[in-house]
Write a protein of this length. Structure first.
Length: 632
């Protein structure tokens, strides 16, 4: 007998939480064990097709369940690929992987509405919800030596060499005692097990067998007799190969939740088949919510890949473009080579044809949702719109034509989502630019001084609140020959000819004052000028063409990024009382111009959401100004 080994500390805590407090739907354990067994059978069958030394009769590949009421055990046996000693240690010695620590902390903070099963590699350990001890006996297809793994949960496990004649894995669950909290006796009932198989595992492609009692009429006897016989409990027809007209919505939902470890029904199901140069069946899903790690490096996109019903790869990321990385699902094609390696797979012509077809289907589905179910599409966009925006920006705009009609932005048109096409359809006669304003939130953008005049003139403005928005707009440059234009950048050209003439005259009359203000600010600004974009506000800060102030903020937040600076321009409202005040100060107290200019610049910086260099100095300047005003 080998020495007992301990679970890692984090694993032990998770196991304790799982067994005692966090999961009430205990029946899920059978689904998890069958799923593991099915994966093992997939791997052995794949091995038998690609390695002449590992040939196996497909009829021998199955899962068997045995119930022993007297000894209170459930035994699940598969003829799958089995495990080596190292695989036993790796697979059953450590519970959970990415995200487990964060998950454990949430539990300890009192979060109760969380489903651990399937999320962090703890499927096998769900069996401890019903079992007081688990015995695993296994032998790898590539070894003559068998091993046993025995554990009663929290106090660790032992791994020992054993004699095992057949390849595969046997899991023996020694059930807990029946109690008010642990009603486990039901799992020794044939009827319960049959129902659980139909509920969770009917689509498993390998036979799930069990000896069951059945009533039969025996020839030569008057009364039917109860006999025991081996029955296959599942239909074995993969859901994606069934006629979709025969599949209920609940079946899709259950399949998705069980297969892809989600606790919510999918927002959209795409079940279809294609016949042609590359034929395939696909069952794709758009999740209802953004996965917790979707925008982190831990998230692995990609579809499950099958060939002739044989599992090939779990995360075939080349099957979906990065901007559709939110799509989950599987693809089963008869036209791929089973011996194909992952490296060759990436270059395979049929794979590229397959990926192109899948991309087209996803895009068509999204377009249809946008057109015919706007509410559902807007909910989808809240979750995954960033992926589409990044898709526009990535690869130097290579995919902008593919994605631009799927984008949504909130706008001043009732603060609702709008497409670019809808925006253009509402443009004023003679308007040749798509106006947008960037900021951290709708509320901050609405308060921008520049907004007032645009709305007064009846121009609709798109709200850009995501960091990527302005980058995507710059890559697109224009939409339907209408150029994108930031209201915080360059010359907006909102004035008519008479207004332009009046502004030019005022600029010439006050040129020396504006030059003095520019001199006071030095390198902080590129120019000080009169504004055509302000109505009631005194000043604003805008950027020159090229790098905008919002892009400056985003780029300077990136790690290892050399500091970049937008060319800032301070604009003064010539129709505001502050401009008249500046003229008087310049005429009578020119020595105060530097201080007043700095105050206005700092005010404009604050309006734009910039941190000011010396807030104490600014506060003192304001106080001094108030004191002087009182003395006068």
């Amino acid at each position: 007998m080998m020495a007992k080994k301990q679970f890692k500390a984090e694993s032990k805590r998770l196991l304790d939480l799982m067994i005692h407090s966090i999961y009430t739907n205990k029946e899920i354990f059978l689904r998890e064990l069958i799923s593991n067994a099915s994966d093992a059978l997939d791997k052995r069958y794949y091995l038998s097709l690609t390695d002449e030394n590992q040939r196996v009769d497909k009829s021998e590949l199955k899962i068997r369940i045995d119930l022993d009421k007297d000894n209170r055990t459930i035994t699940l046996t598969d003829s799958g690929i089995g495990m080596t000693q190292e695989e036993l240690e790796n697979n059953l010695g450590t519970i959970a992987h990415s995200g487990s620590l964060e998950f454990k902390q949430k539990l300890e903070e009192g979060t109760s509405d969380v489903d651990i099963i399937g999320q962090f590699g703890v499927g096998f350990y769900s069996a401890f919800m019903v079992a007081q001890r688990i015995i695993v006996e296994t032998r790898s297809a590539q070894s003559e030596q068998g091993y046993s793994w025995i554990s009663n949960g929290e106090d660790g496990y032992t791994v020992s060499p054993i004699m095992k004649e057949t390849v595969g894995t046997k899991i023996i669950l020694e059930l807990k005692e029946e109690s008010e909290d642990d009603k486990v006796d039901q799992y020794l009932d044939e009827y319960t097990i049959k129902n659980l198989i139909r509920k969770y595992s009917d689509y498993v492609r390998w036979p799930i067998e069990m000896e069951v009692e059945t009533t039969k009429t025996i020839e030569g006897k008057d009364e039917p007799e109860t006999v025991k016989e081996i029955q296959t409990l599942n239909s074995m027809v993969p859901l994606w190969k069934r006629n979709k007209s025969e599949i209920k919505e609940d079946e899709y939902n259950d399949f998705y939740k069980n297969k892809f470890m989600d606790w919510e029904n999918p927002a959209k199901v795409m079940h279809y088949s294609v016949e042609g140069t590359t034929s395939y069946n696909a069952l794709l899903f758009i999740p209802a919510k953004t996965p917790y790690n979707f925008y982190s490096a831990d998230y692995e996109p990609g579809l499950q890949l099958y060939c002739k019903g044989v599992f090939i790869m779990d995360k075939a990321k080349d099957l979906v473009p990065d901007y559709f990385r939110f799509v989950r699902g599987l693809v089963d094609s008869d036209d791929l080579n089973l011996n194909i390696s992952r490296e060759i797979l990436q270059q395979d012509r049929q794979m590229k044809t397959l990926a192109k077809s899948i991309e087209k289907k996803i895009k068509n589905t999204l377009e249809d949702m946008l057109k015919n179910d706007r509410e559902k599409y807007e909910e989808f966009f809240k979750n995954f719109g960033l992926s589409l925006k990044f898709g526009v920006y990535q690869d130097y705009g290579m995919h902008k034509d593919q994605l631009q009609d799927l984008l949504l932005f909130k706008s001043t048109h009732n603060d609702e989502y709008t497409t670019l096409d809808e925006y253009v359809s509402r443009m004023k006669e003679g308007q040749d630019q798509i106006y947008f304003a960037s900021g951290e939130s709708l509320e901050m953008i609405k308060k921008l001084p520049q907004m007032e005049k645009l709305q007064d003139k009846g121009y609709e403005v798109l709200y850009f609140t995501d960091d990527v928005d302005e980058f995507a707009a710059n890559i697109m440059m224009e939409y339907k020959e209408k150029k994108f234009k930031s209201i915080n950048q360059g010359d907006l050209d909102l004035d008519d000819e008479e207004e332009k003439k009046a502004k030019e005259e005022k600029t010439q009359e006050n040129k020396s004052m504006l030059d003095k203000m520019k001199e006071a600010l030095g390198e902080k600004v590129k120019e000080v000028r009169l504004s055509s974009r302000l109505k009631s506000h005194p000043v604003c800060l805008v950027s020159d063409e090229g790098l905008s102030m919002e892009m400056e903020k985003v780029l300077n937040q990136m790690p290892n990024q050399n500091e970049v600076k937008a060319g800032k321009i301070l604009e003064i409202n010539p129709d505001h009382e502050i401009f008249t005040t500046l003229q008087k100060i310049y005429d009578k107290h020119p020595e105060l111009m530097d201080e007043y200019t700095d105050l206005l610049y700092t005010q404009a910086m604050l309006i734009e959401g910039y941190k000011i260099e010396d807030p104490i100095a600014y506060a003192n300047q304001v106080c001094d100004l108030m004191i002087r005003a009182n003395q006068e």
